[in-house]
Ligand binder design. Structure first.
Ligand code: FPP
Length: 235
């Protein structure tokens, strides 16, 4: 845990494998999400402790609404529990931010999300982005629409748009691009996660299912990241 190692500034995690974890044990899929939510809290605390500055976790995608209602409800209730408990985590100093199209979520969840963001806005530790009803293409589309509106209002000249300016229309405005994306559970897909921000990200795919993921797994991914020679298209 020495600070002289090459730590990614921004880590993204696709919390995958909850359903398979539960199935292996003859449990309902929801049971996997419940343990997955504890893993999420454990890994967030650890990232904060070792000095990762930004962590983005994929909690619910724009495609996840296709799952059985019971499962969707269970994930939303896990979010509710997390949000209700958020006040008790003040000492952790984590600045929490929600990314995605939140407007279709239940009003009580939206309100608790806003409270949580407001209450943690001044915190100086890890910045935690929780992606809910998030899709990378959707994010780019809403950014393009907002940019077009600004262009129509003559606030910005389309020809002069830079990549940095376009980034400021994304949900992650003001944050650095993601450096490392970890996907556990053996799947090797991007699944619409941080498409714009991951242009130069390193990917680490691991076999462990998310509920079994622990600090050691994260350390392995960080070691792999440090070993890779990042050239950003140079030589
Ligand atoms: C993917 O695994 C996981 C999800 C769609 C849900 C992830 C949500 C949590 C871990 C809880 C979130 C709670 C908070 C407080 C952030 P999967 O169900 O697709 O697993 P499978 O591929 O094995 O079926």
């Amino acid at each position: 845990m020495a600070n002289d190692r090459l730590l990614p500034q921004h880590v993204g995690i696709i919390m995958d494998g909850n359903g398979r974890w539960a199935k292996k044990r003859g449990l309902p899929r929801q049971a996997g999400h419940k343990v997955g939510a504890s893993t999420f809290q454990k890994i967030t605390r650890y990232c904060n402790k070792i000095g990762i500055q930004y962590l983005t976790v994929y909690a619910f995608s724009t495609e996840n609404w296709k799952r059985p209602q019971e499962e969707v409800d269970a994930i939303m209730n896990l979010l509710r529990s997390f949000l209700k408990d958020a006040k008790n985590h003040r000492a952790e100093n984590v600045k929490t931010h929600f990314i995605g199209d939140l407007t279709v979520l239940a009003p009580d969840i939206q309100e608790m999300m806003r409270d949580c963001e407001r209450e943690s806005a001044g915190f100086t530790g890890l910045t935690l982005n929780i992606a809910v009803n998030y899709g990378g293409r959707d994010e780019i589309l809403q950014a393009a629409k907002r940019f077009a509106a600004d262009a129509a209002a003559h606030k910005i000249v389309p020809d002069e748009l830079t990549q940095a300016q376009f980034s400021s229309y994304l949900y992650t405005a003001g944050q650095p691009d993601v450096d490392l994306i970890i996907r556990p559970s053996g799947e090797m897909r991007l699944s619409n996660f941080l498409l714009w921000q991951a242009a130069y990200a390193e990917y680490v795919f691991m076999d462990t299912l998310w509920p079994d993921f622990n600090e050691k797994c994260l350390e392995k991914a960080l070691e792999e990241f440090a070993r890779r020679n990042r050239r950003f298209g140079g030589v």
